[in-house]
Design a protein around this ligand. Structure first.
Ligand SMILES: O=C(O)[C@H](O)[C@@H](O)[C@H](O)[C@H](O)COP(=O)(O)O
Length: 266
């Protein structure tokens, strides 16, 4: 391991030597949070994203995790979803189903994907309603400082532009303070129509992990984590600041290569 467990005011940084170590560390982290949440609350409410994240979670489908994780207690959500049919290759649900959910004994009724047969706006409203019901029954916890849901874990990737979920740079969606789930119809990354958790929901989670690999993300990682001057361009990932929860960054060395004062212990 190169450099791990360092804490700064942007969360804990776990910088892994290679992708294999990152996959193992990520699987251990998720398995530990699942065990703690199941012990404390009897359930584990986790929100997924799309992109490379699902592949990087792949070790969860293998021994020992496939047997040791209490999959029956998992409730699955999406931090963002593309408004396409669930069978479409752009669907984050399909990505997770094919790459993870179909390979472990998750209870199908615990998988909360969006309604793919309505508009983006309606899908966001319906998804809010679904989460509201689960907050009422405490399958999803509630924040004691905002009225937001408090997911046990929200897993995010990050684009080279620093977007997380479907919160893109300079987009009005970053200012949404009232809704739990909102929608956009002009995503700069295709497809254009998406629903997304808002920053208040992301920042109310008990745990947030941002998983980033590859050199193309190095500049965005620097802008999201380092103490950049007031004139520097900010990125959406920098706005991920859990109020009471814990933020962990999982980075490989290329993604971490532009972090200030990074000293690898070779
Ligand atoms: O719906 C999406 O487009 C994803 O949820 C998105 O937010 C993704 O997580 C990042 O773009 C990083 O993707 P990569 O890890 O594939 O670069």
């Amino acid at each position: 391991m190169a450099f791990s467990g360092v804490k700064n005011d942007r969360g804990e940084l776990r910088i892994l030597e290679n992708l294999d170590e990152l996959r193992t560390d990520l699987a251990d982290y998720i398995a530990e949070l699942s065990e703690a949440a199941v012990k404390e609350r009897g359930v584990f409410a986790v929100a997924l994203s799309g992109g490379s994240l699902i592949g990087l979670m792949g070790k969860l489908c293998e021994a020992p995790y496939n047997k040791t994780v209490d999959w029956g207690k998992w409730y699955i959500f999406w931090a963002d979803e593309r408004v396409v049919a669930k069978s479409h290759s752009d669907s984050n649900y399909k990505l997770a189903k094919d790459g993870l959910l179909s390979k472990v004994p998750i209870v199908p009724s615990h998988v909360h994907s969006i309604n793919d047969s309505v508009s983006a706006e309606e899908a966001a409203d319906e998804y809010t309603f679904v989460i509201r019901q689960l907050v009422k029954s405490r399958m999803v916890s509630v924040s004691d400082i905002s009225d937001c849901p408090k997911f046990d874990l929200i897993l995010l990737g990050m684009g080279p532009d620093g977007h997380v979920a479907s919160l893109f740079p300079n987009h009005a969606v970053l200012d949404e303070k009232d809704e739990w789930v909102t929608f956009i119809t002009d995503s700069p990354k295709p497809p254009p129509e998406r629903i997304t958790f808002t920053l208040p929901v992301i920042n109310s989670a008990s745990n947030v992990a941002i998983v980033v690999t590859g050199e193309t993300k190095a500049e965005a990682v620097h802008l999201a984590i380092d103490n950049i001057g007031p004139d520097s361009q900010s990125v959406p990932a920098r706005l991920v600041q859990p109020t009471k929860g814990k933020l962990v960054w999982f980075l490989d060395k290329p993604a971490a290569s532009k972090l200030d004062s990074l000293q690898f212990s070779e």
